[in-house]
Design a protein around this ligand. Structure first.
Ligand code: SAH
Ligand code: SF4
Ligand code: F3S
Length: 448
């Protein structure tokens, strides 16, 4: 028997991309390849890429140069670019990066085995067709680099919101939802295998919709059904668009203990003028109303967000409105970015990228500093509380400690004892940093 050829997959970008790489892993296994985590033994390298900011693309280009040097030593090795850069740049990337053999967009992964065969036949291979239907619903992902406890579960693909700064609608195509039965099967299967947490993924999960014979499954109904798989399966989701965060979903979260008390609600800016230019389709007041609704129905809910500093025409006044909204919302966590103009987006064609880079950097730094304070204050409030933690694995800092997360998605570090990943624990919080809670494990509560 000839040994199976080995495919190495490296992933950049968002959780959707990591989830897609697991689908790719499954698709190549089905056709006589095996995956390897060791670059040194790869016959095929697949790099799953991100275009969200210029910096993300630069990192991939740098990595491609390293792969190219490797290929010189090992002729016959095949290099494929997957994901958003493949879709954005198409065959232009073949000209710019001569070591690349294949370009494969996010909806064309079923074609990978055939494209590899074409390259072995001496051609360069490209498939960047976007699809209106593809959801890979029937593919059972292989879990790459898994901890055996938490998994991503993709429920929809694409985005049609066309936020002015964002490249995703162009790289991921039209929005489409996945059959709920296939989602429930995958969640049930993960639970059987010992997983205790799934994160339902989509660019805008609140617009999930599936029309079955006589009823429509919306996101609130879907997540309730996934949570029904088992009370000890935690369910998370990302990402929600503030315009579509419904009262129905808030009620479902509030009444379902195993849906985690943590909502990621990207605001991007606190200024109505900037939100309008960004085409976000909500106002500061609408966003505040959504936060108030969350806090009223789920008082222990943590709220995180995304913020872009230095979007086109942003003034000091706009920037101060972002800072004041952050203080008002008291975000537990924020992903913070400097605006990066992306070719082909609405902003790139209509709005000059006119905030000077040093100003963007300074505003970003102010956002970061404020968030440090808010995160520390949020964590300090947890000292003395008892939280339920799902153990995930060894702490990076100390081999005598494990880490897990609370329902609020906060990282909690505690002494390892004889605890195994996948166990639920009661942890009393004793100390914190802005990023982490530390605590001691309490004995399990006995029923009665
Ligand atoms: N679909 C998700 C987020 C997708 S991208 C949502 O709508 O919330 C993740 C984050 O990257 C965005 O929320 C935004 O804050 C940031 N981002 C997107 N495009 C960007 C750009 N051109 N420059 C800087 N940040 C950007
Ligand atoms: Fe991009 Fe907006 Fe879609 Fe999110 S909702 S992926 S920010 S276009
Ligand atoms: Fe990046 Fe594409 Fe995700 S641009 S953020 S990998 S959808």
């Amino acid at each position: 028997m000839t040994p199976k050829r080995k495919i190495y997959i490296e992933t950049y970008g968002c959780q959707m991309n990591f989830s897609d790489s697991e689908i790719v892993g499954s698709l190549v296994l089905g056709s006589g390849y095996e995956t390897t985590a060791n670059l040194g033994e790869a016959d095929v390298i697949l790099i799953n890429t991100c275009s969200i900011r210029d910096h993300a693309e630069k990192r991939v280009r740098q990595r491609l140069r390293e792969f190219s040097a490797l290929k010189k030593k090992r002729p016959g090795m095949i290099i494929g670019v997957l994901g958003c850069m493949a879709e954005r740049l198409k065959d232009q990337l073949l000209k710019e990066e001569p070591s690349v053999d294949m370009i494969i967009g996010p909806d064309a992964y079923r074609d990978i085995p055939d494209l590899i065969a074409a390259v072995e036949g001496g051609q360069k291979a490209v498939n960047v067709m976007l699809s209106l239907e593809e959801t890979y619903a029937d593919i059972q992902p292989v879990r790459l680099g898994t901890n055996g406890v938490t998994a991503f579960l993709s429920i929809m693909r694409g985005c049609e919101n066309y936020c002015a700064y964002c490249v995703v609608p162009f790289t991921r195509g039209k929005e489409r939802s996945r059959d709920p039965e296939s989602i429930l099967r995958e969640a049930g299967d993960l639970f059987q295998k010992g997983y205790r947490e799934v994160t339902l993924l989509g660019q805008n999960v609140n617009s999930y919709t599936w029309n079955a014979d006589d009823l429509t499954v919306n996101f609130a109904r879907l997540i309730a059904r996934v949570a029904g798989v088992d009370p000890s399966l935690r369910v998370r989701f990302a990402t929600s668009h503030p315009r579509d965060l419904s009262d129905e979903l808030i009620r479902v979260i509030a009444s379902t203990p195993n849906i985690c008390r943590s909502v990621h609600l990207p605001v991007q800016s606190g200024s109505n003028r900037i939100l309008g230019l960004m085409n976000r389709k909500y106002t500061r007041e609408w966003y505040m109303n959504r936060i108030e609704a969350l806090r009223a129905h789920i008082p222990d809910c943590s709220i995180s967000t995304d913020i872009i500093a230095g979007f086109c025409s942003e003034t000091e006044e706009d920037h101060r409105e972002t800072l004041s909204l952050m203080r008002w919302a008291a975000f537990d966590y924020t992903f913070m970015f400097k605006y990066s103009e992306r070719p082909g987006t609405l902003a790139a064609s209509k709005l000059p990228d006119d905030v000077p880079d040093p100003v963007k950097s300074r505003r970003l730094e102010e956002v970061i500093q404020l968030q440090q304070t808010l995160s520390l204050e949020s964590n300090q409030k947890d000292i003395g509380k008892i939280v339920e933690v799902l153990a995930e694995g060894r702490s990076r800092r100390s081999e005598h400690h494990l880490f897990g997360r609370s329902s609020q998605n906060k990282v909690v570090v505690f002494p390892a004892g004889d605890i195994h990943p996948g166990e639920y624990l009661r942890v009393k919080i004793t100390a914190c940093t802005p990023a982490t809670l530390m605590g001691e494990v309490l004995p399990a509560e006995r029923p009665g």
